[in-house]
Design a protein around this ligand. Structure first.
Ligand SMILES: [Fe+2]
Length: 106
């Protein structure tokens, strides 16, 4: 079934029917959220090279260690996914004393 599209370009102009469309598509999208998170974790296998373990292995180690340390489920999941964002922002910066962006070592 084709995805229906809202009629507005500004949220303030949305109708009840528009928001019903969005609620339905959001519900469907949310249903597959776990699959997308796991796919993002799995993609870490082929991420930044040069380390002795892949980012996937590093994240699995982090989650395993958190689990063995008796951390709660939320903490373990956070440990598992903590490097997903590195795929989009591989270099961290901070402002130095002169207001310039400087790389942050990890
Ligand atoms: Fe990490």
């Amino acid at each position: 079934m084709p995805v229906r599209t809202v009629s507005f370009t500004a949220m303030s102009e949305g109708t009840k029917e528009d928001y019903a469309i969005l609620a339905k598509t959001e519900e469907e999208f949310t249903r597959t959220h776990a699959d997308r998170v796991l796919a993002a974790v799995q993609a870490l296998e082929h991420s930044l090279a040069g380390y002795q373990v892949s980012r996937l292995e590093h994240c699995l180690q982090s989650a395993s260690r958190a689990h063995r340390d008796g951390r709660d489920e939320e903490y373990v999941v956070a440990a598992l996914v903590h490097d997903i964002g590195d795929e989009l922002a591989p270099v961290l910066t901070r402002r130095d004393d002169r207001g310039r962006d400087a790389p942050v070592s990890r």
